[in-house]
Design a protein around this ligand. Structure first.
Ligand code: NAP
Length: 316
């Protein structure tokens, strides 16, 4: 394995980097000055057989085309929207991801966002720290979570885990997905506008594709309405961000909890000044336990591929 070239696209979890370093011939792309990358890829194209990507930096057609011996793209993420799957398919390149092991953490974070937005956890914390409590109570500006209707966009692994948790809070669950599931306690809507109209909390947990880009647009936000809150633990591009910003500024939406943004790490400036919005830096799966499991899955996929064994978690 030590002679197999693996290209790591950007800095990742240190355990993964160390294990890749000890098992393979590791190349770190970000250590090259941008102007030298084409030359670097050309001089190592015979050796590099694997790319390790993540949710932030994938593998586009240009990269894939510049590596003629590329056999596998292993992503340290469940989402593979940054990998040109079509090009990989055309060239017979395998793609793997890290499903399941991160589901619970992302679902936990989804619930944490809901609670934090509704109960104003961050402003409350600021209130205590600033000493303002001594001048009077925080007030009754927080809203109840228990028993509110929750709508899930994408009832996949993460969406289902969020639904299960919200059910434990006594919430009714409805959802919109490509397909209706045989779940009689969850109401299915075949379009997202009707889902938004019929819930107070809309949670985005679907995969990012051409069909789901900006699936949360002005019409959906207005259907959710001035008492509704939007939670996004999917991908930033699911939401039309300028529309979200104007709805929040104009009071057409009550609040939002976001882990992901369209142009990470850029966050629209007006969001930074709103206290009905909770902003997280894309940390859905970032616990030590889950990142260890994700790293082990990346390594298991690479080792299986180069030992001609079935891939544990293939995308293609
Ligand atoms: P999954 O099990 O594949 O679920 C994806 C869901 O998206 C499925 O329910 C699917 O519908 C739905 N979907 C796909 N296309 C759709 C469309 N056109 N309209 C409506 N729904 C559609 O994936 P997962 O493991 O739950 O992960 C979901 C996403 O979460 C990932 O793709 C990733 O982008 C994001 N994520 C974020 C973080 C974070 O740190 N914030 C961490 C991990 C993952 P069907 O059920 O009908 O097929």
């Amino acid at each position: 394995m030590e002679s197999i070239g693996v290209l790591l696209m950007c800095p990742m979890y240190s355990y993964l980097e160390q294990e890749l370093q000890s098992r393979f011939n590791l190349f770190k792309l970000w250590q090259q000055p941008p102007s030298k990358i084409p030359e670097f890829l050309k001089s190592n194209q015979r050796t590099i057989k694997a790319v390790v990507s993540n949710a932030r930096v994938g593998a586009d057609a240009q990269l894939i085309d510049s590596l003629p011996n590329l056999e596998i793209v292993a992503s340290f993420s469940v989402g593979f929207d940054k990998i040109d799957l079509k090009r990989c398919e055309e060239k017979g390149i395998r793609v793997t991801n890290t499903p399941d092991v991160l589901t619970d953490d992302v679902a936990d974070l989804g619930i944490a966002l809901i609670l934090a937005v509704l109960r104003k956890i961050c402003p409350c914390d600021g209130f205590v720290r600033s000493g303002k409590w001594k001048d009077g109570d925080f007030g009754l500006s927080t809203k109840q979570f228990s028993s509110k209707p929750v709508g899930i966009v994408g009832l996949g692994r993460i969406g289902s885990a969020i639904a299960k948790r919200a059910q434990a809070f006594g919430c009714s669950i409805s959802y919109h997905s490509r397909t209706q599931k045989p779940l009689k306690h969850y109401k299915y809507y075949d379009n997202i506008v009707d889902l938004a109209k019929n819930c107070s909390i809309l949670v985005v947990a679907c995969s990012l594709t051409d069909e789901t880009r900006h699936i949360v647009n002005r019409e959906v936000i207005d259907a959710l309405g001035p008492r509704g809150i939007l939670i996004n633990v999917g991908r930033g591009a699911h939401v039309d961000e300028p529309e979200l910003v104007s709805a929040l500024l104009e009071g057409r939406l009550a609040g939002a909890g976001l882990d992901v943004y369209e142009d990470e790490p850029e966050v629209p400036d007006p969001l930074l000044r709103l206290d009905n919005v909770l902003l997280l830096p894309h940390v859905g799966s970032d616990t030590v336990e889950t990142c260890n499991s994700m790293a082990d899955l990346v390594l298991a996929n690479l080792e299986a591929h180069f030992n001609s064994r079935p891939l544990p978690t293939p995308v293609i």
